[in-house]
Design a binder for this molecule. Structure first.
Ligand SMILES: [Zn+2]
Length: 590
């Protein structure tokens, strides 16, 4: 396996691969872009063809073609390996047991695809699907849309589907594992959980069918049947990572730089069909961290088009907090109580829908306004209720400026003075933050502070790495920081300098540090002349630091010797002290 990874790496150029996902611009020896992993306006994401790595100087994300592919597409190593092998034209050879879990998942994807195809065929081509097709058309869903979303109908008689799949060679175990089919307790018969339902295949952003959702036909009056059912979690389906429609919406999301998040399949399909293509659906009202990370690849602006009382939902508060921390710009689509959901709004008044989308309010405004509507400010109780709704959100705002703006707004809204609102806020916050403070303290303690000397040496190394023969300068410097000392040793040993060769000689923990330096060196926009001046200045500053440290040391020794009356020794030390002082004065004069 390791050899295959190397083989794939050799055949692929990291610049070409990343360029497919994030358009890169050439700049000097590197290719750059605005970082796909954090929000920025000027590019600090750098790809080096020479080292075959990427590095973001904004958020610190760095790695090779594999880690980029994994991170960007949110896939695990095995998936990245498969995809990149395909891209490189390398045939993967699986050895031994490795394939167990993998084979299972592969089977499930294949089965799901086949099931989706079959249901779709029944819906659009077979008389068994007539009623379902008519229902969808009555709801305004066009043929073209049905095809795009591979909508389907599961025949009422499970045997029809099961016979087809058995003929295709799928084994009963795979059928059960897919969650689509079950085994009845009596008579040991297999059945289709979705039988008699209109089918919405759940297709992930990599175009794989991972699960199904099914709706009963309107003619079905059996009260015991749920209107909608979903596949259970399986080896290939994780609700918390899934966005319905993302496979079709991702281009539009990138283009529009924002995404509308709605709750059900039809609420996603209707706007999409009406030309508002930057829309995805989730199950339930909460966004998970995985979903937020996934959508972050495409945009950092979210418009929530969810059930209007979502704000009272604890899971949603957590989602909003997460999104805010991840620097999402959060807005809320307000249908002003006129329509119950986006599907209805789009079908009844598309212009209104578009207009409300444009007018989407910031989440904080929305929460304040909706709690005002719910509780009113006529009674102290109403004001209290508003505060108790709003404060949990306000304490979660990570930006202090925005937070204080909203505190003011809240005070105005409930006709109260700012001081008492702030007091309530602080009371609430202090209860929340006791634990947080402890964690924060522990975190800061872990990072050891960089000394001025270390910083200067780092910059010096950066400058030196731009030289054709860095070893020549590096060897004359008395490096104090271990990592620069080690890098310098390698530099000195090298006859002909090459960044990639040096990187390969360093221990892994040093390599990262070197790669950083080397990339930054190449990115340095100053002229060679300027760099030379800076280099000389830093060398001087470093010597100054060293001399001053020595003076301090010597004066300590002198004091000690004086105390113990060792006069002869003092003379010698004092001589060195004077020498050092003289040297320092010279240096400072120059
Ligand atoms: Zn970044």
């Amino acid at each position: 396996m390791e050899n295959q990874v190397e083989e794939i790496k050799k055949k692929l150029d990291i610049v070409e691969v990343i360029n497919r996902m994030v358009p890169l611009k050439k700049r000097g020896r590197h290719h750059v872009a605005c970082c796909p992993f954090h929000q920025e306006k000027t590019p600090s994401f750098i790809v080096s063809p020479e080292l075959q790595i990427y590095k973001c100087f904004g958020c610190g994300k760095a790695g090779d073609v594999f880690s980029f592919y994994q991170e960007f597409n949110r896939v695990d190593f095995k998936d990245a390996l498969e995809d990149l092998a395909k891209l490189a034209g390398v045939k993967l050879v699986y050895r031994g047991r490795l394939s167990g879990e993998e084979a299972k998942r592969k089977n499930l994807y294949e089965l799901n695809r086949e099931v989706a195809r079959f249901y779709h065929y029944i819906l659009v081509k077979h008389s068994l699907g007539n009623e379902a097709l008519k229902y969808l058309e009555d709801r305004g869903i066009k043929r073209e849309t049905i095809k795009k979303f591979v909508l389907g109908f599961a025949p009422r008689d499970s045997r029809v589907t099961l016979q087809y799949l058995t003929k295709k060679g799928f084994k009963p175990e795979t059928l059960w594992e897919s969650g689509t089919f079950g085994k009845s307790q009596y008579g040991n018969k297999n059945y289709d959980r979705f039988a008699g339902r209109i089918i919405f295949p759940q297709i992930d952003f990599r175009d794989r069918v991972v699960a199904f959702a099914g709706r009963i036909l309107p003619s079905n009056t059996n009260k015991e049947m749920a209107k909608y059912i979903n596949s259970p979690e399986t080896a290939v389906y994780h609700k918390s990572q899934m966005f319905f429609g993302l496979n079709l919406a991702k281009e539009a999301i990138k283009k529009e730089k924002t995404v509308l998040v709605v709750e059900g399949e039809l609420d996603m399909i209707s706007p999409f069909q009406a030309g508002i293509e930057n829309v995805v659906a989730i199950k339930g009202t909460a966004l998970t961290e995985e979903q937020l990370q996934l959508i972050k690849r495409y945009t950092d602006s979210l418009i929530l088009g969810l059930d209007s009382d979502f704000a009272g939902n604890k899971a949603m508060i957590r989602s909003i907090e997460l999104a805010d921390k991840m620097d999402f710009d959060l807005k809320v689509l307000d249908l002003e109580g006129k329509y119950k959901d986006p599907d209805e709004a789009v079908n009844k008044d598309l212009d209104f829908f578009k207009q409300q989308l444009k007018k989407a309010k910031t989440i904080w405004d929305f929460i304040l306004e909706s709690s005002l509507k719910n509780y009113g400010i006529d009674s102290p109780r109403g004001k209290k209720l508003i505060l108790s709704t709003v404060l949990p959100f306000l304490v979660k705002i990570s930006n202090r400026v925005i937070q204080s703006d909203y505190l003011k707004k809240t005070a105005q809204t409930i006709n109260s003075d700012l001081d008492s609102v702030v007091a309530e806020f602080e009371k609430y916050e202090s209860n929340q933050q006791v634990n947080l403070e402890i964690i924060k303290k522990q975190e800061t303690r872990k990072q050891k502070p960089e000394t001025r000397e270390e910083k200067l040496e780092e910059r010096l190394m950066e400058i030196i790495l731009r030289l054709r023969k860095p070893g020549k300068i590096a060897k004359n410097i008395d490096w104090q920081t271990i990592r620069f000392k080690k890098i310098s040793e390698e530099l000195v040993k090298m006859k002909k300098f090459s960044g990639s060769k040096l990187a390969s000689k360093l221990a892994p923990e040093l390599r990262e540090s070197f790669n950083d330096l080397y990339l930054r060196a190449q990115e340095d926009q100053s002229s060679a002349e300027e760099r030379k001046k800076e280099r000389e200045k830093i060398i001087k500053q470093l010597e100054e630091i060293k001399l001053k440290a020595r003076l301090l040391e010597l004066s300590g020794i002198i004091a000690h010797l004086e105390a113990s009356k060792k006069v002869r020794k003092i003379a010698k030390i004092e001589a060195e002290y004077a020498q050092t002082l003289k040297r320092l004065a010279e240096l400072q004069r120059a």
